[in-house]
Design a binder for this molecule. Sequence first.
Ligand code: TYD
Length: 219
Amino acid sequence: MPQGFFITFEGLDGSGKSTQLRKLAQWLEERGESCLVTRQPGGTRIGDRIRALLLDSHTEAVSPMAELGLMFSDRAQSIAEVIRPALNAGKIVLCDRYTDSTEAYQGGGRQLGSEIVRQLHKVMCGGLNPDLTLLLLPDLRRSLQRARRRNHRNASRQGTDEGRFESEDESFYQRVFDQYREIARREPLRVVAIESDEDIERIHERIVNIVEERLAHRT
Ligand code: TYD
């Protein structure tokens, strides 16, 4: 049985990570790889409900600890129901956000600190770490503008409301950004940071090169 490979995409809202994830999935499938694409929060029935609760801008007064707990509850469900079975079946799992998001947003943004996030990760995620994390860090202000425009568009077209995080101020996002950089500094083997405003195709090429190289060394 071939071993699975776990890739996560990370970055600020509007960093282009979801677009890059889709393009990588397509590239892998064209090469004959069997992929599973998922996201957090969400990707399971329980997770989708947690997602709706957490991202709805009408959800008020969530305590940072409650938010932290919900992110990990979502993740534990996703690991049990989606990620572990796919890895066990030898698939390449592409996940849009994982524990680094919690360390950046709740640890950094909400100022709960990294330690608690890392402890919870150990307990709730059973030590499941990505084989590779692609961290997209283009310019902070440009990312936020893109995310806000998209949320307004989705809200008016589809009636979805996922704007709770995007309504945070810039200092929140600066802390998220700084924490992401710190994670990349701490774990240079797992995390590849792409701090670039290049166009979608150029970044896709860079990602493909990184993934090809890592897959060649897959055990
Ligand atoms: P996502 O749908 O990936 O947003 P976007 O497409 O705008 O990047 O993620 C939803 C939001 O949830 C995003 O603002 C980040 C936040 N989030 C956390 O705060 N902590 C977490 O652990 C995760 C997974 C997401």
